[in-house]
Design a protein around this ligand. Structure first.
Ligand code: 4AD
Ligand code: MG
Length: 430
């Protein structure tokens, strides 16, 4: 009977004879005794191999196995306080499935080397735990949106639309014509609200970011809800509810993953709506107060956002940015001319922006005026302009960078560890 190692660790097969399949995590031998730790996707367990108690070539296989050799082991499960995890498998059969070559990864290797062998490093406990966490977090975000009546609608990845400005577009040859990898599915989601009301895209977005930072990827996963009839106020409310839901459910149901990553669930338990709100101008003053250097009208850099959020326990919305430092599609605030009905949600503990959202320009004259001011050709975007010609309605939406959300939730230093194969300015391999 094959069992997951987690079943052994949970005490479900005490005293039974079971088989496990996995990879050698550690090996230590002394005379006629071989202690190995075997891991699978669910846990690690000590296996004790005694030379005189093992069948056929089992002793040879166990002695010659490398770290990461794949193995099948059968034996009796015994409680043992000295073993890591408290359980031991007393082996009667040991078979190496693939001995392979000595594993190239050992302790204290440079980050660059680990990135070169990322395809192998993915087996590490840390990365495996992060991707389990990512899976659960994404599921909870979807669960929330589903519960709120959203439909998931896929956006195109190849586009002619410059949603977020020309400077970070990846250009491609499209059958002799020019096209781009999408920076955001938002404009397409806007077309879908007329038939479906509330929709979201979950897809990769691409940014040719020239900067090397701990929070920028060239390819990232983007969750982009768009809602007919929503004001910016309702938009922000939805964002904080969604984040609270996902974080609370994760902190409650996956304590073991958090422990593995040395992240205290108590920190996450404090993440409850309503979040903090701050006007753009006050936020600039605050950055300066905290020792940063900004002028009114500047956009926040990575350092500025780190200063603003370092001491916070829950996310911060910065709202009413000056119109000219934000995107063309954001609606001007009639109550505060020169600023837009938009907010960025910044993650606490120094992580910074993880959501950008706004109410959209929904009336034709305002859109035409804005596109002109931003130097965008209404011809190339004619389909988008069209949406303001036939029963247009007020609407809002936002985009969350999934890797930014995971980075904060798990308290990770660098964004590259939140995605299996990170694409950055210096790397598209492996
Ligand atoms: O603020 P951004 O550029 O907004 C948009 O793209 C809107 N069209 C979204 C919308 O309203 N539907 O990007 C949204 C989020 C950011 O807050 C950030 O979390 C993430 O996308 N993001 C990145 N994540 C990783 N690497 C990058 N280079 C990112 N650029 C943006
Ligand atoms: Mg933004």
């Amino acid at each position: 009977m094959y069992v997951d190692i987690s079943e052994i660790l949970k005490g479900k097969v005490d005293g039974k004879k079971v088989s496990i399949r996995g990879w050698v995590f550690r090996q230590r031998s002394s005379g006629n005794l071989n202690f190995l730790v075997v891991r699978d996707a669910t846990g690690r367990v000590q296996v004790a191999v005694k030379k005189d108690k093992i069948e056929d070539g089992g002793w040879k296989d166990a002695s010659e196995a490398y770290i990461e050799s794949s193995v099948e082991v059968a034996g009796e499960v015994k409680k043992d306080e000295r073993a890591p995890g408290g359980w031991e498998l007393q082996v009667s059969e040991f078979r190496t499935v693939h001995q392979g070559e000595p594993f190239p990864i050992s302790k204290d290797l440079s980050e660059e080397f680990l990135l070169d062998v990322r395809h192998l490093w993915l087996r590490s406990r840390k990365l495996a735990s992060i991707f389990k966490a990512r899976h659960h977090l994404v599921n909870y975000l979807r669960e929330y949106l589903d519960k709120e009546g959203f439909y998931e609608t896929p956006p195109p990845v190849i586009t002619k639309a410059e949603c977020e400005g020309g400077s970070t577009l990846f250009e491609m040859d499209y059958f002799g014509d020019k096209a781009y990898l999408s920076q955001s599915g938002q404009l397409y989601q806007e077309a879908l609200i007329f038939g479906l009301g509330k929709v979201y895209a979950f897809a990769p977005s691409f940014r040719a970011e020239k900067s090397r930072t701990i929070r920028h990827l060239a390819e990232y996963w983007h969750l982009e809800p768009e809602m007919a009839w929503y004001s910016q106020e309702e938009n922000m409310k939805l964002q904080e509810d969604m984040v609270e839901f996902a974080i609370q459910k994760f902190a409650k149901e996956h304590v073991e993953v958090l422990e593995e990553l040395e992240r205290d669930p108590k920190i996450l338990q404090k993440v409850k709506a309503p979040f903090i709100r701050m006007d753009y101008e006050d936020a600039v003053d605050k950055v300066n107060e905290l020792g940063g250097k900004m002028e009114q009208g500047d956009d926040f850099g990575t350092q500025d956002e780190a200063l603003l959020t370092k001491e916070l326990e829950k996310p911060l919305f910065i709202h009413n940015f000056p119109s000219d430092i934000k995107a063309f599609y954001m609606r001007d605030d009639p109550e505060k001319p020169g600023t837009v009905l938009a907010a960025d949600m910044l993650a606490p503990e120094g992580h910074g922006e993880m959501i950008g959202g706004s109410e959209r320009v929904w009336e034709l004259p305002e859109l035409e005026k804005k596109m002109k001011a931003f130097g965008l050709s209404p011809k190339q975007m004619a389909w988008y302009v069209d949406l303001r010609k036939y029963g247009s309605v007020p609407h809002s939406g936002f985009g969350m960078g999934i890797e930014r959300f995971v980075k904060w939730t798990l308290g990770l230093h660098h964004i590259r560890d939140t995605i299996p194969f990170p694409r950055t300015i210096t790397r598209a391999y492996p």
